[in-house]
Design a protein around this ligand. Structure first.
Ligand code: HEC
Ligand code: HEC
Length: 208
């Protein structure tokens, strides 16, 4: 074997763990998504009236982690978390890991238009506040898998606000086993008041 072939082979072996999840059957995932669409929208574009966020464009590893968090009761179990409690029982529709693979394969095919802006904030003040966030979410809020921080720029702005408020109130990131949620909760606490939350979200949306 040439040295190059050995290198290519070594690289291929190193990458295998990244693809350890089965590819998933998008057609089966589409059927499973019918129940989700009632709240999250036909194209997973999010539906503010139903309080359900955009799922299209979100990283598969992050969606999987959130579904597992709801299933395990690390999300959606705190009194006062009305919306998390609405979501939690829905995970039974995709109970088996293969069902989640299929669903994620289908979601990856959806490309809805960007969501409308609903939050008004001071973009410049938000930019200063975002300096600390980029280390885990990426400079353009595109997501950084190695840090566990999901993409934010594609998400509905009203949902970003609610999530930050929920982290601040202890309605997310409360379970001892929720390693990633517990990394995020103190970061939300750096946003002193509602205006600071709206400002950083307005900046994040300006990155799209
Ligand atoms: C009854 C309405 C409803 C249905 C049906 C529903 N969801 Fe949800 N979902 C919600 C709400 C509300 C939230 C927001 C929870 C919060 O604010 O913490 C949510 C949140 C989520 C999240 C977290 C997203 C994030 O970025 O944090 C995922 C993933 C999700 N839903 C997937 C699904 C899937 C998959 C299905 C179908 C099997 C589904 N949902 C069905 C209402 C619903
Ligand atoms: C130390 C790394 C780290 C820093 C710094 C950080 N985050 Fe996070 N953030 C995370 C992780 C990890 C998650 C995923 C939590 C989970 O899995 O439930 C997250 C989740 C979020 C979510 C929820 C998104 C969704 O769709 O559910 C929002 C919103 C968010 N972060 C905003 C911010 C903002 C704004 C800042 C800066 C003030 C910030 N983060 C700083 C690690 C970080």
């Amino acid at each position: 074997m040439t040295q190059l072939k050995v290198m290519v082979l070594a690289l291929a072996c190193a990458l295998i763990p990244a693809f350890s999840h089965a590819a998933g059957d998008a057609a089966a995932g589409k059927a499973a998504f019918a129940v989700c669409a009632a709240c999250h929208g036909q194209n997973a574009e999010g539906n503010m009236a139903m309080n359900a966020p955009r799922l299209a464009g979100q990283e598969a590893w992050y969606l999987r982690r959130q579904l597992n968090a709801f299933k395990a009761g690390h999300r959606g179990t705190r009194p006062g978390d009305t919306f998390g409690m609405q979501m939690r029982p829905m995970t039974s529709a995709v109970a088996a890991p293969a069902a989640v693979d299929n669903l994620l394969a289908y979601l990856a095919t959806l490309k809805p238009a960007a969501s409308a802006v609903s939050v008004q904030g001071d973009v410049n003040a938000g930019k200063a506040a975002y300096a600390v966030c980029g280390a885990c979410h990426g400079q353009r809020a595109e997501g950084l898998e190695q840090m566990g921080g999901p993409g934010l720029a594609q998400q509905d702005d009203w949902y970003l606000v609610r999530s930050l408020q929920n982290f601040k109130k202890g309605l997310r990131g409360y379970a001892p086993e929720d390693t990633f949620g517990r990394q995020m909760a103190p970061m939300a606490a750096t946003l002193a008041n509602d205006a600071a939350v709206n400002n950083v979200v307005s900046y994040i949306k300006s990155l799209r």
